[in-house]
Design a protein around this ligand. Structure first.
Ligand code: ACO
Length: 444
């Protein structure tokens, strides 16, 4: 898709329109077409119900643009992903996660001074209110850390009354910084709680990813030095997951926020949505699947199952609603996977070998080729996490840590959007028509 000329106000009808004909009455309706800067134009159906007495029907929003956004662009057919106009590969290679956070929140890459101030200001919020630590005690030790994340992040809404006037841009930014800064602390505490170790406080002399690894693996008993290669790999993984336009969890955050709800509660809603195996839970599911497959000779059996309509099994880490090409993040992830395994001296990791063979076979299989099913970002991330010693149940938690900046950037954009309204989809009703109430004694 060629880049189109940038416009100042994309909500203005540029004169193009789309004609809809009602075959029964012969009436024609002109629907305005709105052009974006890149990517498909959209047909503006806002007046459709008022003019035609019809709704549109689009379960799963496969053809529906729910909002205008300037944050992230995806061309799924070509395998393109850009944050604020910059290709993901360039960002993953040259930036660090804090630079990406600034870019997503403010729309531009920071200069040296802006970056320094931003890192300082975010880092200042890494500590959790001591009372929040008490929340953890209420969870069973074997709770899934995503359940803990939902609970603790939701609970933050009870702590910050001072900064949650969502109509105040400064308050919104403070809430955003707090969320970005505290998520690694909340995530690492969830892990420490599950293994019965004491919480390790954040260290503000460390960089974002270093600090996270330190909180995960340090104990009060001995010194823990963060491996810079692993910290860089973690940073890259965070960059790759930072935003992905209007996916399920981001749309959940926007929908929750559209009612004017508290931002911490909205992010908790996003975490809940992310948890599902069709979304952020897929990297956990990939590893479980690889373990279930066990050996290369069993791959054909699982490929056969994935293709069987009567079998609910799907090849996890394969396929994407938007990408009908290689997910650009999967390539960087595969490269990072090799880097991490080399650094850790892991030779011939059986799961990596299995994953690569599974990918090779699937990419040559007619079913996967015809349906354009390629590896997605989750296919390799689980293997990296496992090599780093991160337990499977924490995989989706790391995704939530990374995606928080995307959620808050999109939430801020939504609140600033003058056309923003409470999200309220309509439906195609296929239930009973009006019925007469039958008293209990008269029912058969
Ligand atoms: N294995 C086997 N078949 C698949 C797979 C798969 N992984 N993914 C899609 N298909 C098939 C479907 O059965 C369907 O076939 P049909 O046309 O014969 O009915 C066709 O491909 C289209 O699939 P849909 O489910 O309609 O596509 P949708 O866009 O709704 O789903 C999704 C996308 C949920 C990601 C899907 O591909 C999937 O379940 N993948 C596995 C889970 C996964 O890896 N999720 C992570 C996504 S990335 C992320 O969230 C970060």
């Amino acid at each position: 898709m060629a880049d189109k000329k940038a416009k100042d106000d994309t909500t203005q009808n540029m004169g193009k329109s789309f004609t809809l004909t009602d075959n029964q009455s012969g009436k024609q309706y002109n629907l305005p077409v709105i052009e974006g800067s890149t990517g498909p134009d959209v047909i503006d159906v806002r007046r459709l119900y008022a003019d035609t007495d019809h709704f549109t029907y689009d379960p799963g929003f496969t053809s529906t643009g729910s909002c205008e956004s300037k944050v992230t662009f995806i061309d799924g057919d070509k395998g393109i992903l850009r944050y604020r106009g910059f290709d993901i590969n360039d960002l993953a290679e040259h930036s660090d996660f804090m630079g990406i956070c600034y870019l997503l929140l403010y729309g531009e890459l920071p200069n040296k001074d802006q970056k320094k101030k931003f890192v300082h200001d975010v880092t200042y919020h890494t500590l959790l209110q001591e009372q929040i630590s008490v929340f953890y005690q209420g969870f069973r030790r074997d709770s899934h850390p995503m359940a803990i994340m939902c609970g603790v992040v939701g609970a933050l809404s009870a702590f910050y009354h001072d900064s949650t006037d969502i109509n105040n841009p400064r308050h919104r930014m403070i809430a955003s910084y707090r969320l970005i800064a505290k998520m690694p602390t909340i995530a690492a505490y969830a892990y420490k709680y599950s293994i019965g170790q004491p919480f390790v406080y954040p260290r503000n002399d460390l960089k974002y990813s270093e600090n996270f690894l330190h909180m995960m693996y340090a104990t009060p008993c001995e010194d823990y030095k963060v491996n810079p290669v692993l910290a860089r790999a973690m940073d890259r993984i965070l960059i790759l997951h930072a935003d992905h336009e209007q996916n399920a969890s981001t749309s959940t955050v926007r929908l929750a926020g559209s009612s004017g709800a508290n931002p911490f509660a909205c992010i908790a809603a996003g975490i809940a949505s992310l948890w599902g195996p069709a979304h952020g839970g897929a990297n956990e599911a990939v590893l479980n699947m690889l373990e279930e497959i066990g050996s290369k000779d069993r791959i054909p059996e699982f490929i056969k199952r994935a293709k069987d309509k009567d079998d609910p099994f799907r090849l996890m880490g394969f396929g994407h609603r938007v990408y009908k090409n290689y997910d650009p993040r999967a390539k960087v992830m595969e490269h990072t996977c090799h880097e991490v395994l080399d650094e850790l001296g892991v030779k011939d990791e059986p799961l990596l070998e299995l994953a690569m063979e599974l990918e090779r076979i699937a990419l040559e299989d007619e079913y996967f080729v015809a349906k354009k099913l390629y590896p997605n970002v989750d296919f390799y991330s689980g293997i990296i996490f496992r090599a780093m010693g991160i337990p499977t149940s924490m995989f989706t938690v790391l995704f939530a840590v990374a995606r928080t900046v995307g959620w808050v950037a999109q939430w801020n954009e939504m609140i600033e959007d003058p056309s923003q309204k409470i999200g309220r989809p309509r439906q195609l009703y296929t239930g009973h028509t009006k019925r007469k109430y039958v008293p209990l004694h008269a029912r058969v």
